[in-house]
Design a protein around this ligand. Structure first.
Ligand SMILES: [Zn+2]
Length: 744
């Protein structure tokens, strides 16, 4: 144990020097050997960044605009760290290594600043006590143009096998105020699902500081609950529910980009918070007001390196860019990096041109059969009457939807294997296509498969117990409607044998004569830290991202070897998985209409991915809102064909009429044209020398909009009312229009 007094003395000296408020948690301090007031600076024509002699970030300025992004407030070194020591029986799972009060050495090395610590002082399980850790930390900040590249090295020289560096926040930029036009002008572009556009994040966080935590998430699955409301902060895991590992603050003129340029796909948390650095995240902790020097924002990329005794770990880079322009510039920054290594989608031609799919569920979780195989051709016929030729079949298996995963067999009561094959053949003859549902990761502990294989495959938590997720509830009875019916285990993608199971599902389904296979949840679901020692991952945080990518590669090879035209479809949207599949069923905000919904964020960054909408959210019963929003973004339609809906039928008709641009073209958001009415949602798609602009009136009063596309000439206009033509009509509430331009 380090002498506690010396730690406190140094901390107190730092406090006096900084004139900060007193309190161990906010203690600041530093080495005595560096002259007080010394400043270490990196500067060029774009950026100036500076650390003080104690390693605290004291300046972050966009020199192109002259705006400083740090507000008046506390100053801290630009990192945070935690370690884990044994279990809570004789240790603790989350012990802080305080950011401040550590003995830092700072040096300038060309275009870089290096902040290093030979050893660190960390908390121990007894409150208020500390010890010295034989842990070295080096943080390197390189300036390249308008970018700061952050990397870290952690040397764990401890001998104690139970001591691991569990998490590193790098950078942890503390003290963010606004982007130069006041906090009310800023927007936080946040990659939840398809994207969220959070106006005035500073004001939101300050207002939320005095309110209890309000986690939102996914039904009754506590594991999906990631606070995403701003109360008390925004935090999001990648891969999923974050669809990309970047975010930006932007005021329309300039902004601050945070990009985790991490090809290892380590499970990561994106975090934007207020300045209360040591507040616990729990619903029952009383909320407290912020001290004056905490009235700032912090933003961070959090990694879980689990650096073990006698191990050295080098981080992947995080890029912080101080740029000019609107949020698209940040998106292009990330996309340029993704282009250096991420696979791009390569779907079959027929998939590129589908407007959406219809779906049917045959057998539910309760075992009740809603329809048999013989009824599938009629379901296709209903779909075709709306303009859709693709049918997704759920609950086709004897086990029913959400039962006994991953066991799949045909059901005699529904018509048997011969009946299923006959029905799928009839669909094909009628010019349709079918694809069949399978699960991508849930394992039902009630299944025989679980008893023979599943125990070894399931992802395990830090205690060695299996993670559990629950899905269920159906019908009008209380047995299934009130009580949870199923608690599933979740397959670890790195578990031996799991990818072979997924492959067998594709072979089974394609063998029945379907044109494709669907894997539910495979494109996302929480990136669990898996602590199983029987799996192939080298770290708990490398269990999901990199192993899912490997599994996608294998699956794609097998499916395409069987039939190059077969559809490989999944649920959930994440950039690094999207390139491996043909079609993605989305989930969450961005993909349904909502005041903060901003699917533009993913669509603009990765326009090649073919993604459906999701009928969800507070306005899910309003079909015009659901499908108008989807149409405006070029999202394919899920679950159409259940009823005759003239509105949706017209949208499908417009998709098919302009499939070469709206479906096969590139979504460019609002690049290249001007629309004079901001109450009309307008987006462009380009293909060769033509551009389509979609208009959608999401409000409840009629609107008119004029669109000008410099360098283009209007060629055609199509409206909700098929009898209208020409450029100038009212858009009634919920209505859409498509304007086709040709380059002059
Ligand atoms: Zn595992």
């Amino acid at each position: 144990m380090q002498n506690r007094r010396s730690f406190l003395t140094r901390a107190a000296a730092g406090l006096a020097a900084a004139g900060a408020s007193v309190g161990l948690e906010r203690a600041v301090g530093g080495p005595q050997e560096t002259a007080p007031g010394e400043r270490y600076e990196l500067s060029n024509e774009s950026v100036r960044v500076a650390l003080d002699s104690e390693g605290r970030l004291v300046e972050l300025t966009n020199r192109q605009t002259g705006h400083s992004y740090l507000a008046k407030g506390g100053r801290h070194a630009p990192w945070r760290m935690y370690y884990r020591w044994s279990t809570p029986l004789d240790g603790a799972l989350e012990l802080e290594i305080p950011t401040d009060g550590q003995k830092a050495r700072i040096r300038r090395d060309g275009n870089a600043l290096e902040l290093s610590y030979e050893t660190l002082t960390g908390a121990v399980p007894q409150t208020g006590k500390t010890r010295q850790l034989q842990i070295g930390l080096t943080v390197r900040i390189s300036l390249e143009g308008d970018r700061l590249i952050w990397t870290a090295r952690i040397d764990n020289r401890e001998k104690d096998k139970d001591l691991e560096i569990s998490e590193l926040w790098l950078p942890w930029i503390y003290g963010i105020g606004d982007m130069g036009m006041g906090p009310g002008a800023d927007v936080l572009y946040w990659p939840t699902r398809g994207g969220r556009r959070i106006e005035a994040p500073y004001n939101r966080l300050m207002a939320a500081a005095g309110t209890p935590a309000e986690p939102t998430g996914f039904g009754s699955n506590p594991t999906w609950l990631y606070s995403d409301t701003g109360a008390p902060d925004y935090r999001l895991t990648y891969p999923y529910p974050s669809c990309m590992q970047w975010f930006t603050f932007n005021n329309g003129q300039e902004g601050l980009y945070f990009g985790s340029h991490d090809k290892t796909l380590m499970t990561t948390v994106l975090n934007v918070a207020d300045g209360a650095m040591n507040r616990r995240i729990s619903a029952w902790e009383p909320a407290r007001a912020l001290a004056d020097d905490e009235k700032v924002m912090s933003a961070s990329i959090v990694k879980f390196p689990f650096v073990r005794a006698e191990e050295t770990w080098n981080s992947e880079p995080v890029v912080v860019r101080l740029y000019r322009g609107d949020w698209h510039e940040a998106a292009r920054t990330y996309r340029a990096w993704a282009d250096t290594w991420m696979r791009k989608p390569d779907p079959p031609q027929w998939v590129r041109r589908i407007p959406g799919w219809a779906s049917i569920t045959l057998k539910g979780q309760s075992g009740r059969i809603r329809a048999g195989y013989a009824e599938l051709p009629a379901a296709l016929k209903r779909a075709q009457a709306t303009g859709v030729d693709l049918l997704k079949v759920d609950g086709w298996n004897k086990q029913g939807f959400d039962d006994y995963y991953p066991e799949y067999s045909t059901d005699e009561a529904m018509g048997g294997e011969a009946g299923l094959k006959k029905a799928l053949a009839e669909i094909k003859e009628a010019g349709g296509r079918s694809f069949l549902y399978t699960q991508g990761q849930l394992i039902d502990p009630a299944s025989e498969w679980y008893r023979t294989n599943g125990r070894r495959v399931a992802a395990r938590d830090i205690w060695g117990y299996e993670y559990r997720e629950t899905y269920g509830g159906s019908g009008s009875g209380a047995l299934m409607g009130v009580f949870r019916n199923k608690w599933f285990g979740v397959a670890c993608p790195a578990a031996p044998g799991w990818v072979e199971q997924l492959i067998s599902q594709a072979k089974l389904v394609l063998g029945f004569g379907a044109q494709g296979v669907f894997y539910d949840q495979l494109g996302g679901a929480p990136p669990y830290l898996c602590f199983s020692t029987e799996h192939q991952h080298s770290k708990p945080s490398l269990a999901v991202g990199p192993w899912k990518v490997r599994n996608f590669q294998r699956l794609r090879e097998v499916i395409k070897a069987q039939d190059p035209d077969a559809l490989f479809a999944i649920e959930l949207v994440v950039d690094c998985y999207a390139g491996w599949v043909d079609l993605i069923h989305s989930e969450g905000v961005g993909f349904y209409a909502d005041p903060e919904s901003f699917g533009e964020m993913f669509r603009y960054t990765f326009p090649e991915a073919i993604v459906t909408n999701r009928v969800q959210g507070p306005e899910q019963s309003d079909r015009k809102t659901q499908f108008g929003h989807a149409f405006s973004l070029g999202l394919r339609f899920e679950g159409v064909g259940r009823g005759q809906d003239p509105y949706v039928i017209r949208l499908i008709e417009l998709y098919k009429t302009h499939a070469d641009i709206l479906l096969e073209g590139r979504f460019v958001d609002n690049d290249g044209f001007l629309c004079d009415n901001s109450r009309v949602s307008s987006h462009a798609f380009v293909a060769e020398n033509r551009m389509a602009v979609t208009l959608w009136n999401p409000g409840n009063v009629p609107q008119r909009a004029r669109v000008e596309a410099p360098g283009y000439q209007l060629e055609r206009a199509d409206w909700q009312d098929p009898s209208w033509s020409g450029p100038d009509h009212w858009l009634m509430p919920g209505d859409v229009a498509v304007l086709i331009f040709r380059r002059a």
